[in-house]
Design a protein around this ligand. Sequence first.
Ligand code: LLP
Length: 403
Amino acid sequence: MDYRSLADRYGTPLYIYDFDYMASQYNALKGAFEGKKSLIAFALKANSNLSVIAHFAALGAGADCVSFGEIKRALIAGVPKYKIIFSGVGKRDDEILGALKEDILFINVESEAELMRVEAIAKELGKPARISIRINPEIDAKTHPYISTGLREHKFGVDQESAKKLYIHAKNSPFLEPIGAHFHIGSQLTELEPIKQAAQKVAELVRSLVALEIDLKFFDVGGGIGVVYKNEKTIDLKEYASAIFGAIKDLDLTIVCEIGRFLVANAGRFLTKVLYEKDTGKKRFVVVDGAMNDLIRPALYNAYHAVEAIGCEGETSLCDIVGPICESSDFFAKNVALPPTKHNDLLLVNTAGAYGFVLSSNYNTRRRSAEIAIQNGVDRLIRERETYEDIFASELKLLETTR
Ligand code: LLP
């Protein structure tokens, strides 16, 4: 890859996505589910660029959305409405209404109060809402505490007993149509066992519903398959699929997999330019033009991202790679060995395709990066670098009210 040419043509900082890698990840996961009905619903929260969504839609993927904004993105990008699901712990009335009007596949409901809102809004609209209930299986996912979600102390889902009551309520309501069961125990999972146990528990609940003549059609296993940032072990897709097949072997259900990171993380790289080096006598810093507003994972989770210095040679020494923002947490890597770098050298931050650009902000009035796709060896722009005019637009017109 000629990163110098990409930097010259598109500028830095820059997100670069390998669309072929995304397709191979999608095909590997879809392939693992072969022999059973399945829907791979790309979790847009991981990377919601319209061209990325359209790329997955063309491969047959659906979309897992957590806001009406994401539902709009999915529809604009060409995801069929019958492949869109709406998840998330809190949904506004207007979002529920929007989802029902768009007639998406189903809404994942996370609490009794939410079920009542969905029912009331469906009643106003005069048509039943297809729903699935997120069950909290009370299983420790063994991942970073900020992205672990399967225990009762977490805000997500409802316990199994309460879920059963909600299904019975839904079955008896003319405005609710219970069609699925859902769980998601966390993200960046590296062990299969917790997922297997969760699938078994939720399948058990589904079986107990059959006896009540509540016949569900969808078994939503959430997302969470981990990827390699450094040297993490990974979940074998065949074993993953067979754990799920095993849990539901006697049930006729379509598997829905709301997967984000696995599809995009290692397809993405973040390209940034060295501004200068600085040595405080205690520490060597490499100051770059990207910052925590572009990629916040190191600051937020102390996440590791491998960094490569492109074309730099010489004896390596330890350094921190930092951005220009006025916060000590503005770093990409700490105590990593890099050769000497100079003004305009390029650094590549790896595994940046998931929860990268989507978490970016305008902090310090920095423009959000451009994004490009590489497909069949050809690069193309899929998001223009933000302009200062873009940033000021919604304030500028109101400035006169202050002056
Ligand atoms: N379904 C639900 C209900 C979720 O909450 C999530 C992620 C997913 C699916 C997709 O999970 P994935 O396949 O991407 O692991 N910002 C954090 C990750 C937050 C994950 C939130 N939920 C990070 O950068 O590591």
